[in-house]
Design a protein around this ligand. Sequence first.
Ligand code: 4AD
Ligand code: MG
Length: 478
Amino acid sequence: MINKSVAELIESEGLLLQEIHIKGWVRTFRSNRFIALNDGSTINNIQCVIDFENTSEETLKRINTGAAVSIKGTLAASQGRGQSVEVQVSEIKVLGDSNPDEYPIQPKKHSFEFLRENAHLRVRTNTFSAVMRVRSKLSFAVHQYFQERNFNYVNTPIVTGSDAEGAGEMFRVTNFKDNEAPLAEDGTVDYSKDFFGKETNLTVSGQLEAETYAMALGKAYTFGPTFRAENSNTTRHLAEFWMIEPEVAFMDLDGNMDLAEDFIKNVLNSILESCKDDLAFLDQRLTQEEKSKPQAERSDMSLLEKLRFVVDNNFKRVSYTEAIDILRNSKPNKKKKFQFPINEWGADLQSEHERFLVEKHFKCPVILFDYPADIKAFYMRLNDDGKTVRAMDVLFPGIGEIVGGAQREERYDVLVEKMKAMNIDEKELWWYLDLRKFGTAVHSGFGLGFERLVQFTTGMSNIRDVIPFPRTPQNAEF
Ligand code: 4AD
Ligand code: MG
């Protein structure tokens, strides 16, 4: 008796006529004869054909959508369309029942909203199982990319005393009980009496700590959870998301842009290879979804075409200043179609502007660089013009910003000035400043939002549908 997954059975015509044993869940059961069985190993089901005359009435009744079953039988060439092999069942056992009157995931189309409410079961659907398998393979591809290039995987802390982005969008971590926090003389909470003896939060980025490792190991990367308490209810924001942050010593901004572009192309390429069936399914799904949109909003490329396009074409590199010129003179700006009109140099770019540049103007991924210092974080290296910093954002069609990064300010005095100007506590970041005191060097890195990458790869329009259990404002179920 051969124990194999559905994926292996479908691939292995060499096993024809062999006795096999499989376990999985019933997707559909029709004509009291045909079970579409799925075990999660592939988007494809295997058809199991029952000899119903020799199967008890009681068992037949228990073969419902969602039930777990154990099947023994013979692998045979299939007469049916759409599959090469099927199982001629000799023995079936229902391991776990699924009451059809109660089971939420019926073999019909469910809305993504409904499935979000059933996030513990939604991965049993074709769409979510495909997305989550791709997510898993993507995370392997991320590690593979960096490991093959001798980057060191570093686990930066999740509880932190510093605000890496200086944006104050952090979740407090405290051990004080409700209403029992001790107060200091000035009436504020006295965190010196808290668990860590200081104010602590969930990290918004592992970058600052990753820099310390890059300045010793040369090449480092993080891949971990990050948290942002920004109240953004959009299709691209989560309060808890996973970020990949490479950091490299002796690398400047050009090297950083090269790395980001090569990295993204490389992982997408590996998914095009390793997830063919899931991508084919997701490609079809997206094409269907597009059909329900008005013509003007439809994408002219399918999912697979978009992925190949990114892999095969150079990202367009454009300075912030050039981008502002393009935007200022653009049709939507002149016709006052932008919610935030672009008038002057220095304006922060909103997602409507980023999407205009990527989707309408350049029609390819864009790397914007050299942003105004005032709209970027304190740690970015100041250019000689005194007003721009060596920042870069990678902008993607349908997603907007997928990567944010920079060459870091390596000059001690310049960094201290900058921190003063931006009200960042030098005492809190003494260790970060030490890197500029002892063996400082040019170095750069970036952060890629993993869920945004999964979104792009799978063609899912809402970021809540590419992470198993999304955390968003007013929602931490499961
Ligand atoms: O641009 P951000 O804020 O950059 C940093 O945190 C830097 N410390 C990274 C670095 O240089 N090491 O965030 C980086 C990326 C964004 O481009 C976006 O893809 C993602 O993280 N991101 C989010 N993804 C989902 N939900 C959110 N709320 C996100 N905020 C940022
Ligand atoms: Mg950013």
